[in-house]
Design a protein around this ligand. Structure first.
Ligand code: GDD
Ligand code: MN
Length: 364
């Protein structure tokens, strides 16, 4: 087979019913263009991979990357682009919310401009829009507001940096790929911010439609990952999204500890016991928040959830000892309680994060 001119990467999670529909549309649209379609499925429980396999048997331009024990849209898109055999790669949702006919316009734009790196399908240009049925009013407003913030804070020159629909030159993508994060939903924003001054961008407006079947995987948790992405970008990628989420949860733990210690003091008025209750409450709430937010795609359930809780208690208690030891040591020669305490806390956070990533939320 000749090298395809275009690769289309479609990340999927529980999209079984949409596979045949999107294939029909794409085959019709691309009948005169040498192309390949790469599905990246995170071993969806609904059997999406098996459906893709059945189509793969009948056609040699369909590929499947099936990932076991991993979740995450950004990582799936990155792996799909890595696997592409052509110079141009389009990325789109499987649910037909993105207008596939714009792929032809995107191809034209690349033919007319050799130095172009990426064309972004945008909901917010003059010709772009969001169908009334696609989003609730709240999500539409939320989406516009977030877009505005992201553009300003990350200094991105696109009207829709959170879009999930774009076509990129593989070579340009590879250049910044090692600095991209696999956690989260917003790989485009990450790419645009990472390669900010070195890429040429064009946009094409499209109408964001209603989902055909199945449901959106976006949830309010996506917002936390986005905050993590922004902070990580502001820190020039020196810390990962996951570590930032871990620290945010840690900060919430301080509030829990103060609240529970305060309540216990009111009730029993005994300091060490109240403080212990506060610490146990904070560790417990940290554990559950980390399990839901920070390590979402490795979330522990049923018996593993209990096993994980005890390993978390153990690791964090050792972390607390190390924190106190280091802070005391530094206080010994600096006599500055603020700096000593801060360094102790940083050490504790890194210790807890590293060891719980390895032992509590180990990847499969
Ligand atoms: N492999 C994999 N792993 N695929 C995933 C995962 C995952 O963890 N989560 C979602 N997907 C797939 C879905 O199956 C779908 O094909 C696509 O990624 C986008 O997910 P949706 O659940 O359809 O997201 P959305 O419609 O709410 O939001 C999309 O469109 C927005 C506007 O363009 C996303 O692409 C957003 O990033 C985008 O802002
Ligand atoms: Mn969608």
């Amino acid at each position: 087979m000749n090298k395809p001119k275009l690769s289309i990467v479609i990340p999927t999670y529980n999209e079984k019913e949409n596979i045949s529909k999107i294939l029909r549309k794409l085959n019709e649209l691309l009948k005169d263009i040498a192309s390949e379609i790469i599905f990246v499925d995170d071993n969806s429980p609904d059997g999406t991979s098996q459906v893709v396999e059945s189509f793969k048997k009948k056609s040699n331009n369909i590929h499947l990357i099936r990932r076991i024990g991993r979740r995450g849209l950004a990582g799936a898109v990155i792996e799909g682009i890595f696997a592409a055999n052509s110079e141009l790669v389009a990325v789109m949702d499987c649910d037909l919310q993105h207008d596939e006919t714009k792929i032809l316009d995107m191809l034209d734009m690349f033919s007319n401009n050799n130095s172009l790196d990426i064309v972004i399908g945008s909901r917010f240009t003059e010709t772009g829009e969001i169908s009334e049925k696609a989003f609730s009013k709240t999500r539409e407003l939320g989406s516009k507001f977030t877009t505005l913030i992201i553009k300003k804070v990350l200094n991105i020159a696109s009207t829709d940096p959170l879009s999930g629909f774009f076509m990129v030159k593989k070579e340009s993508f590879l250049k910044s790929s090692e600095n991209l994060q696999t956690q989260g939903f917003k790989v485009l924003a990450d790419f645009l911010a990472t390669s900010r001054n070195n890429i040429e961008i064009e946009e094409v407006g499209y109408k964001f439609k209603n989902r055909i079947a199945g449901e959106s995987k976006m949830s309010f948790l996506t917002a936390f990952e986005l905050i993590g992405l922004v902070l990580s970008q502001l820190l020039k990628g020196r810390v990962s999204i996951r570590f930032i989420l871990f620290c945010m949860v840690g900060l919430s733990g301080i509030a829990v500890q103060l609240l529970i210690t305060g309540l216990a003091m009111l009730l029993i008025n005994q300091f060490p016991t109240s403080q212990t209750a506060g610490i146990i409450a904070a560790m417990t709430s940290n554990y559950f928040f980390n399990n839901t937010i920070t390590f979402r795609e490795r979330q522990l359930k049923s018996l593993d959830l209990i096993r994980g809780l005890f390993s978390f208690y153990l690791i964090c208690s050792l972390g607390a000892f190390a924190n106190i030891a280091i802070a005391t040591y530094i206080f010994g020669f600096s006599s500055n309680w603020l700096i000593s305490s801060f360094i102790g806390a940083c050490f504790g956070a890194v210790w807890n994060f590293t060891l719980t990533s390895i032992f509590t939320w180990k990847s499969k």
